[in-house]
Design a protein around this ligand. Structure first.
Ligand code: ITT
Length: 188
C-alpha cells in the first residue's frame, strides 16, 4: 500500500517506513502546510492528513506528537515543535525549566491519522512513559530523545537507539494501533 506522509519531519518518515511494513511511505514536500491550530494531537494529525488530500489522491497520513512533562503541567505537549528550535536549544530550555525539580516524570504521545481514498478515517494512539534525564546522552533519534529515559531503562532513547525505538516508542505503538484499525477494515 502506498501512502503519502504529510510531514516535513524526515525522521518521522524514516521511522514510519520501518513501523508500517508493507506500506510505502512517501513524504509530501510542501512549503504551505496549514498551521497546527488544533486543540489536540488528533486534530493536528487530521489537519495534516486532510491537507495531503488536497494535493495527491490516494491514502494520506498525518502524525502529531509531543513530550508531556508532569512537573510542567503537561507542557510542552502539543506545542513541542514550537517550544524552541529543535535539538540542543529545546533540550537546554527544558533542562533549564527543570533545574532543581525532583519530579522528572514525562511521556511521549503520538497520534496517527490515515485517510483512505474514499475519505474513511483511521487513527492510532501511542504513549511511552519515562523521565527526563539530568543531561543529554546518546546520538540516535531526534528531538528530545537524548534526555528521555523510558520506564524500565537506564539509558536515554538516543542511547537505546533506532532499533529500540522501532519496537517500543510512542510512534511504534501508534503505528501498530493504526495498522490494526486498517486491517480490521480490510477484513470487515
Ligand atoms: P510535522 O508537523 O511536519 O509532521 P514536526 O516535527 O513539526 O513535523 P510535530 O508538530 O508532531 O512534528 O511536533 C512533534 C515534536 O515533538 C517534535 O518536533 C519533537 O520536538 C517532539 N517529538 C515527537 N516525537 C519525538 C521523538 O520520537 N523523539 C524526539 N522528539 C519527539
Amino acid at each position: 500500500m502506498r501512502a503519502i506522509l504529510c510531514s516535513r519531519n524526515a525522521h518521522k518518515a524514516r521511522e514510519l517506513e520501518v513501523l508500517l511494513p508493507g506500506w510505502t511511505i512517501e513524504p509530501l514536500a510542501a512549503d504551505d502546510y496549514p498551521p497546527e491550530t488544533g486543540g489536540s494531537y488528533y486534530e493536528n494529525a487530521s489537519i495534516k492528513a486532510a491537507f495531503g488530500r488536497t494535493r495527491i489522491p490516494g491514502w494520506t497520513i498525518g502524525e502529531d506528537s509531543g513530550l508531556e512533562v508532569a512537573a510542567l503541567g503537561g507542557r510542552p505537549g502539543i506545542e513541542s515543535a514550537r517550544y524552541a528550535p529543535e535539538g540542543a536549544p529545546a533540550i537546554a530550555k527544558l533542562l533549564g525549566e527543570l533545574e532543581g525539580v525532583e519530579d522528572r516524570r514525562a511521556q511521549y504521545v503520538s497520534e496517527l491519522v490515515a485517510i483512505a481514498p474514499d475519505g474513511e478515517e483511521f487513527r492510532g494512539t501511542g504513549v511511552v512513559t519515562g523521565r527526563i534525564a539530568m543531561e543529554p546522552r546518546g546520538s540516535e533519534g531526534f528531538g528530545y530523545d537524548p534526555i528521555f529515559t523510558p520506564d524500565g531503562e537506564e539509558q536515554t532513547i538516543a542511547q537505546l537507539g533506532d532499533s529500540w525505538k522501532a519496537r517500543n516508542s510512542h510512534r511504534a505503538r501508534s503505528a501498530q494501533a493504526l495498522r490494526e484499525a486498517v486491517d480490521r477494515r480490510g477484513s470487515a
